[in-house]
Design a binder for this molecule. Structure first.
Ligand code: SF4
Length: 383
């Protein structure tokens, strides 16, 4: 396996930001909204529901955002899912406007797939360490050095990086596509997540040149502490997202995308699960498999270098207030509106469309199992 030496990304709090509004993870910065009180929350939710109707908008939310936003999306006919299904749902929805509760690349992907619709986000500064760690100029220069390689990028990238790629993949379809390209004898550039790339390389045997990005949430899961936790719960099934380090993945019973991990919580005869992914997913897991015991995988302990709370600080920037504000004023002022240059969007569309076409041709309905998950769990999936 080949690797490239890329300078690590800094996530220091910008000096102009107020420390009181920063997120707790020591290596990340974000403006995490203060949680309103119960009365205000109820009023905000009612206002958001009315505004979604008035604005002909649908709310699509990621599994990692606040549980109240997830519930709101489903109560109003929107959806809660992974990044690709969010975009697909937006494209198929009859509403002319989309509100994406997630991080920036998700809003961009929605806009690329739905250029005729207006796309909004509660906070356009909600980004992703993988996206930040793969600037398009450096990535283009890197690709230029290896013109013989097919470029495969993860969904967690900017529109500009997608515009350079031959294929975009999500974690649920990456193994199929890389396996397919490898069988054709193609050599690959993979970006940006090094752990996911390493996992896929190991599973498929493909020749992959790996960009050295990482997710600041998954990078913090600790293998030594996970071993100790497993010893305390020997009957537990360990569910790990492949953005986690290889020594954590090695301890997994199930390695998979968010949707695949949620589905795993319905494994017959298993009552306890140790979950190594953003803890925002526990809300959907509790709905999908009520009564099961869910334990968060450790991110701290003797081997920890940095204490993380297993929750993405950028996903946490999505709140009821900024969602309401965008719906109330964004349609007139442009607050929270996602723009993608149309020529760049057309270029980026190709690699996404290629993946969608592959999924259709190979009978993979989008992120594998997503449709089945929603159908299987009546009352939680979208209408
Ligand atoms: S959880 Fe990780 S991969 Fe997902 S948006 Fe946050 S930083 Fe990016």
């Amino acid at each position: 396996m080949n690797q490239v030496d890329i300078k690590p990304v800094e996530f220091d709090l910008p000096s102009q930001a107020s420390p009181s509004t920063s997120c707790k993870p020591s290596q990340a910065w974000a403006r995490v909204p203060q949680q309103p009180g119960p009365d205000e929350r109820a009023a905000l939710k009612a206002e958001i529901k009315a505004l979604l109707k008035a604005r002909d908008a649908v709310l699509v939310a990621h599994y990692y955002v606040d549980s109240e936003l997830q519930d709101l999306a489903e109560e109003t006919g929107g959806c809660v899912s992974d990044s690709l299904e969010m975009a697909r749902f937006g494209r198929e929805s009859k509403q002319q406007n989309l509100v994406v509760a997630g991080v920036r690349f998700m809003g961009e992907t929605s806009k690329i797939l739905n250029p005729e619709k207006r796309v909004f986000m509660p906070d356009l500064d909600a980004t992703c360490s993988l996206d930040l760690g793969c600037p398009s100029e450096e990535f283009n220069a890197f690709c230029d050095q290896h013109p013989d390689r097919t470029v495969v990028v993860y969904a967690n990238t900017s529109a500009a990086v997608k515009a350079r790629a031959d294929w975009m993949v999500t974690s649920s379809i990456a193994l199929d596509i890389v396996g397919h390209l490898h069988a054709q004898g193609q050599k690959l550039i993979w970006a940006p997540d090094r752990h996911l790339g390493q996992y896929i390389q190991k599973q498929t045997g493909a020749d992959m040149l790996l960009w050295q990005g990482s997710c600041l949430v998954h990078d913090e899961f600790k293998a030594e502490e996970l071993k100790m936790l497993k010893a305390q719960h020997p009957q537990a099934m360990v569910l790990v997202h492949p953005e986690s380090p290889a020594d954590v993945v090695a301890l997994a019973d199930v390695v998979g995308s968010t949707t695949q991990l949620i589905k795993a919580t319905q494994t017959p005869g298993v009552d306890t699960y140790i979950v190594a992914t953003d803890n925002g997913i526990l809300h959907k897991m509790r709905q999908f498999a009520p009564g099961k015991t869910l334990i968060e995988a450790p991110t701290a302990g003797n081997s920890a270098t940095c204490k993380s709370c297993a929750h993405c600080p950028w996903m946490a920037m999505n709140g009821l207030k900024n969602l309401r504000d965008v719906l109330k004023t964004g349609f007139d002022t442009g607050l929270g509106e996602v723009h993608v240059d149309s020529a760049l969007g057309k270029q980026a569309y190709r690699c996404i469309d290629r993946m969608l076409d592959f999924a259709k041709t190979h009978g993979i309905s989008g992120p594998r199992g997503q449709g089945r998950l929603e159908q299987a769990h009546k009352g939680v999936g979208p209408a």
